[in-house]
Design a protein around this ligand. Structure first.
Ligand SMILES: Nc1ncnc2c1ncn2[C@@H]1O[C@H](COP(=O)(O)OP(=O)(O)OP(=O)(O)O)[C@@H](O)[C@H]1O
Length: 237
């Protein structure tokens, strides 16, 4: 059984559906990338999995249990954590305070907190050097690292990352994806949303969305062919 099973998901804003029956699995221990053009429905998919939107129909099963209505913090407590589009940091809090907030809905004994903090420091040494700096004064890349680091503070089984590369230079985007690969290698399952096909080498499998439906799922290697990329991701991908 897959760690995450999404079936026939219909989700809309004000009842107007933008996901029209999306189904996919994310297997335990893999890193999947959900690709597609602007407005394809990627953010809607991951925010629904994270409990921020309620589906009109369909089901989401995580770790063997169907997720019924529940708050995002209940999902975090259950092992699903989201690094959201736009990062949503607390700009007037320090790096370290932002990280600690990521752990609030999980058990917070000081030993566990310290262990998780050490792990995030190890993933992102740049954050470790800037722990007392206000988040709003970090560079875009550092803010993205902080968003992923904060999501990791809850020790998720499934880490959702929405558009980590947005607005970053290719080198910084690569650094973030490399850490994503390490996170996966250390045992956290990852589903990342991207518009940037540069993420493909870091993923075991790709899912491609178009206009609220999944149009392709396959191994990353297949997608390195120019035709598929042009068909689904636009010629600039
Ligand atoms: N809060 C909202 N209210 C109404 N419609 C929305 C809202 N958020 C997204 N939509 C619409 O839902 C559709 C899917 O958007 P979504 O953000 O999920 O796509 P996406 O693939 O993540 O694209 P992007 O990269 O631009 O975030 C789009 O047509 C979008 O206009």
């Amino acid at each position: 059984m897959a760690l995450l099973e999404v079936r026939d998901l219909v989700v809309g804003y004000d009842q107007y559906p933008v996901l029209h029956g999306v189904s996919f699995d994310v297997e335990q221990g893999e890193c999947c990338v959900l690709l597609g053009l602007n407005g394809a429905g990627k953010t809607t998919t991951v925010t629904t999995v994270a409990g921020m939107l309620q589906p009109q129909s369909g089901s989401i099963t995580f770790d063997g249990k169907e997720l019924r209505k529940g708050s995002p913090s209940q999902r975090v407590a259950g092992g699903i954590s989201l690094s959201p589009e736009g990062r949503r940091l607390f700009p007037r809090l320090t790096v370290s305070q932002n990280l600690k907030l990521g752990a609030w809905s999980r058990r917070r004994d000081s030993k566990t907190l310290k262990r998780q903090m050490d792990l995030v420091r190890d993933y992102f040494p740049r954050l470790a050097e800037r722990e007392n700096q206000l988040a709003g004064t970090l560079s875009g890349g550092e803010q993205q690292m902080l968003a992923v680091g904060r999501a990791m503070m809850s020790r998720p089984k499934l880490l959702l990352i929405d558009e980590a590369s947005l607005g970053l230079s290719p080198t910084v985007a690569r650094t973030v994806w490399e850490v994503t690969s390490r996170i996966k290698a250390d045992g956290t399952t990852v589903l990342m949303v991207e518009q940037n096909a540069g993420a493909l080498p870091f993923a075991d499998r790709a899912l491609i969305m178009e206009k609220g439906t999944l149009v392709y799922t396959g191994v990353g290697d297949e997608l390195r062919t120019v035709n598929l990329r042009e068909a689904y991701l636009g010629s600039g991908a």
